[in-house]
Design a binder for this molecule. Structure first.
Ligand SMILES: [Fe+2]
Length: 412
């Protein structure tokens, strides 16, 4: 009897806390993280459709196609579902074109793209509200990457260089940017090093000696070997997760970033996101007030150099358009929410003038105000139960991902 009352009491308290968290989250969008439901509704108005099911189905397709080792998705069935629910939404056809192109089904891809273009061409949306920027250019669709060049962010101190790369045999290019920082001692550190042509390598070496290559997020491994060959004298630093992650576990590292022991104390501050599957370490270069991020934030801004069709579409489907933000799946990767929130709070105290992300424009637009607070400030307003609400809502729409995600976590 007493035991029953205790269990009942605990259950009641849990229900009250859950309902309170739900109430506190009532105005938050679960698809555009950090934004409100009003923002989500405004985007739906721009799209001309209610985007909720579009987000769910397009995300299922994107992960099913780009991460088949982790997520099992019947792509044909989901494509039929998406087109059945959104026959007149050009971005739905664009997603299908993307999937078919990545699959090597070029005829089907071309047909889907033609449908997307035809539908979009009939719209009379004002340019400032149009989603036309999501369409691929002719070069992007043909798999022709933009020309790469070394670009100045802060004269004499910070540079960026992009690498456009494909996944396997798929022709569509993703982009990842390296950030090069000249330290006070003249040596260069490259964050998120990427493979570059020899002429760019030589331009970098003219800036100074490359002493460090730093890959500050667990899931970046693509260019480590190549850049070690380009800069053989540099030491390579990763995060400890690189030792476990299959694509990087056999690569050479000279060391790993450690919380509380920054590589360049007093000059480049490090904010380690423990409790996040990315294991990302955000850098703040004090002298230029520059934040350097890898995967934690993505920037999707029409018209700035460095976005590709791949990145624009992927970012849109995960809730980022015309802003810097957190892709909406990240909430399921926060394994220790309080740790993530603590690091966000510390990071937001930093004095930052510009934000450089690996997947975003090569150089931010001039005069762009700091984006960190808008992109991450909302995390500080959540509690652990609100985080659980976000996770439940995510998996509520994606039960198949829940099954696959549990399998991933057990496998480690
Ligand atoms: Fe990435």
């Amino acid at each position: 009897m007493v035991g029953g009352l205790i269990v009942g009491g605990i259950a009641l308290v849990c229900v009250i806390f859950w309902m309170r968290a739900r109430y506190r989250m009532r105005d938050r969008s679960r698809y555009l993280l950090g934004e409100t439901r009003r923002d989500e509704a405004a985007l739906s108005v721009r799209a001309g459709v209610d985007l909720e099911r579009f987000f769910i189905l397009s995300q299922r397709l994107l992960w099913g196609q780009t991460q088949p080792d982790l997520f099992t998705v019947d792509l044909d069935a989901v494509i039929a579902e998406l087109l059945g629910e959104y026959p007149d939404f050009f971005v739905a056809h664009l997603v299908v074109a993307f999937i078919r192109r990545e699959q090597g089904e070029d005829e089907l891809a071309d047909e889907a793209l033609a449908r997307a273009r035809a539908i979009e061409a009939k719209l009379d949306t004002p340019p400032e509200l149009s989603l036309r920027h999501l369409l691929p250019t002719e070069d992007e669709w043909a798999g022709i990457p933009p020309k790469v060049s070394l670009q100045v962010v802060v004269p004499g101190v910070v540079w960026r260089v992009p690498a456009y790369f494909v996944h396997g045999k798929a022709p569509l290019h993703e982009v990842s940017n390296a950030t090069i920082v000249r330290r006070r001692d003249g040596g260069l550190v490259i964050y998120n090093p990427v493979d570059v042509p020899l002429e760019i390598r030589d331009q970098i070496l003219e800036l100074g000696e490359v002493t460090h290559l730093v890959i500050a997020t667990k899931f970046h491994n693509h260019f480590i070997s190549a850049t070690q060959k380009l800069f053989p004298g540099a030491k390579t630093y990763g995060v400890r997760g690189h030792l476990k992650n299959p694509p990087s576990k056999d690569l050479h590292f000279d060391g790993f970033l450690r919380e509380g022991e920054p590589l360049f104390p007093g000059e480049i501050d490090e904010f380690a996101f423990g409790g996040h599957e990315f294991e990302e370490v955000v850098m703040i270069h004090r002298d230029t007030r520059t934040a350097i991020l890898h995967d934690l934030l993505v920037s999707n801004r029409a018209g700035l150099e460095g976005h590709t069709f791949w990145i624009r579409l992927y970012s849109f489907c995960w809730g980022i358009d015309e802003r810097v933000g957190v892709l909406s799946y990240q909430v399921i990767l926060w394994t220790k929410f309080l740790s993530v929130r603590r690091t966000v709070r510390a990071l937001l105290l930093a004095d930052v003038e510009r934000v450089l992300v690996a997947h975003g424009p090569v150089v931010p637009a001039p005069g762009e105000s700091p984006q960190l607070h808008r992109a991450l400030g909302w995390v500080c307003e959540l509690g652990p139960i609100e985080h659980l609400v976000l996770i439940r809502d995510f998996f509520g729409g994606q039960p198949g991902f829940f099954r696959d995600f549990i399998r991933y976590m057990i496998r480690g």
